[in-house]
Structures are given as C-alpha cells and as structure tokens.
Design a protein around this ligand. Structure first.
Ligand code: MN
Length: 314
C-alpha cells in the first residue's frame, strides 16, 4: 500500500443486497464537547445510496456552554443535511449565507467544488439539542458544481395512518422535498403514534437504512436500539414500523451509489491528489473563501500522512 492510500479510505459502491436486514453498531465519538453517535461511515457499510455520513447527537440540555461549536472548515464533493428534533443550530458559510435550522426545517449545503462553513448553537437558544447531520456524496458529473446553500424552514409533512412523515429529501408518493439533490434519494423522519404502526411505500430500486431517533420501535418485527444502524437492503416494496410508547425513526435511502469515493476529513473525492489539493488550498487560505458571521477561528486540517482517517469536523 503506498503512502497515498494510507490517508484515505475507499468507499465502495454498495453491492445489490435484496431484502436483507443487517445491524451495524454506531461508533461513539466526540465533536468538540458534543457526544456523537456515528452511524455512517463504518468499515462494513460505507454508503446507503449516496448517503455517506450520519452523526446523531443528543438529546441534551445545557445552560451556559454551547454544545454545537464547529469552527469554519471546508468541504468538497458532498452535500450536508442538518435535521433537528430539538433545539437550534446556526449555519454560516463562505457564500455569506447565514441561517438557523430548527425542528421541522432542514439546512442543505451543497459543497460542490468547495465551500467553508461553521455551525454553532446560537446565543438565543432553547437550552436543548438533538439531531442528525448527514452527508450526501455528489455523483461525478455534479461534484464540481458551484457551491450553494438552502434553508427550508418547514419541510413537507405527510399524514399517514398511524403516524406522520417529515420529508427532507426526495419524493414519497406525490410529495417531493424542496431541496435539490443530485442522485435518486430519499430522506425522512417517521413519527409513529403510541400503540400504532405505519406502513411506508419504498422504491424497490433503492437500498434503505433506518436509525431510531426517539422512543421504542420495531421494524419488520426487529426491535430497534438508538445505538445501531439498521440496513434494509434493496427490493423492498414497503416497510412497517410499530411502536408501543411512540417513536421517531430516521429513514434514508437511494439507488446504490455506482462510484467509488474517497473520504478524508471533510472531503469526498475520487483520488488522493484531489484530497491533497483541497487540504493544501484550505491550509493556505486559498479558494474556499472566508466564513462571515462567526466569531470562531478556522480549523486546521489534520496531517495528511497520519494513518488513521481523521474525525470529520462535520
Ligand atoms: Mn461541515
């Protein structure tokens, strides 16, 4: 193995995997002072469709210290998707977008060829925080697109028998989420009412995965824990979620990503040279631009040649 491949991990496209049910333990880690349960990527499961990163944080309460404190850092080749169950996070970026995301809304940032952003708990806050951040790998034909940012204050809400779906990515039945994505994709929060079950139609071309966000639930008869990602494979026509006390489940999916990607720090690329270039541009304060509207000092990139893949700043 050359030194070039030491610093980056290949994320192979998902193989076709019909009607499987696999459980992957999340990895507990930290983002500054914030405890994170990382569900993607894992050694055995790098992607679910184009979804390549999934962090769950909270629920937590706080008084003085602010739990979300991510200084300016760069991204290439991906979209970030910020979805909250409680609290609020303030986004600011090098395009001079600034937006506070709250439960029911979503922040979608398209890094494309390059953007820098910061995320922090705003001064005026509710004292609570719970949510997820996801990344979506951009397909090769779009990964050098111009960067962009969209705050959706309220995503579509779909009332179903037994529960409510909030759709932040893709199309469910006749409803389409407003943010633009670049692959066939789905992303939603499914709330199931106490002592009810909900049945969702699935796209059989997609692979899907679920993460319990709150409460108790079973998927296709399997009890769910917040500490695991549940991979559901392809070729499913529907999914049944049941609960006793009520639950919220994150459901993501997409067509198995047909390209091999390289992830290192906050970059999604294809070759070590692209990673090296993006890192050197950030360290030289070239190309990515300044993040306005934050008091936080920019993060430095980790050393390229360290063996372990560095923790993403997300
Ligand atoms: Mn980020």
């Amino acid at each position: 193995m050359s030194k070039n491949t030491n610093f980056s991990k290949e994320c192979g496209a998902s193989e076709e995997d019909a009607l499987t049910f696999r459980v992957y333990a999340n990895r507990e880690t930290r983002l500054g002072n914030l405890e994170i349960s990382r569900a993607l990527p894992m050694r055995e499961r790098r992607l679910v469709g184009p979804w390549c990163f999934l962090d769950y944080f909270g629920p937590l309460t706080f008084k003085d210290e602010k739990p979300m404190h991510v200084p300016p850092h760069p991204h290439i080749g991906l979209q970030t998707v910020s979805w909250l169950l409680e609290g609020e996070v303030r986004h600011s970026d090098s395009l001079n977008f600034q937006a506070i995301v709250k439960p029911g809304g979503v922040n979608v940032m398209t890094a494309g060829k390059g953007i820098a952003h910061a995320e922090e708990t705003p001064t005026k806050n509710s004292g609570s925080l719970c949510g997820v951040q996801l990344w979506v790998a951009l397909p090769d034909e779009h990964r050098n697109t111009a960067p962009d940012f969209l705050n959706v204050p309220q995503v579509p809400i779909i009332e179903k028998k037994g529960g409510v779906v909030k759709l932040f990515a893709g199309t469910l039945e006749s409803t389409t989420a407003p943010a633009r994505y670049f692959s066939d994709i789905i992303g939603m929060e499914v709330a199931v009412h106490a002592r009810q079950s909900i049945t969702l139609p699935l796209n059989t071309r997609f692979e899907h995965a679920g993460l319990l966000l709150d409460g108790d639930g079973t998927v296709e008869g399997h009890p769910l824990s917040k500490k695991n990602l549940y991979y559901l494979g392809t070729h499913r026509e529907s999914l049944a979620i049941k609960t006793q006390a009520g639950c919220k489940v994150l459901l993501i999916g997409g067509v198995p990503f047909p390209e091999k990607i390289l992830m290192w720090w906050n970059f999604v690329a294809r070759t070590p040279d692209e990673i090296r270039q993006a890192r050197s541009d950030w360290e030289a304060e070239r190309f990515f631009g300044e993040v306005e509207g934050t008091q936080l000092q920019r993060l430095s990139a980790p050393e390229l040649d360290r063996f372990a893949s560095p923790n993403p700043a997300s």
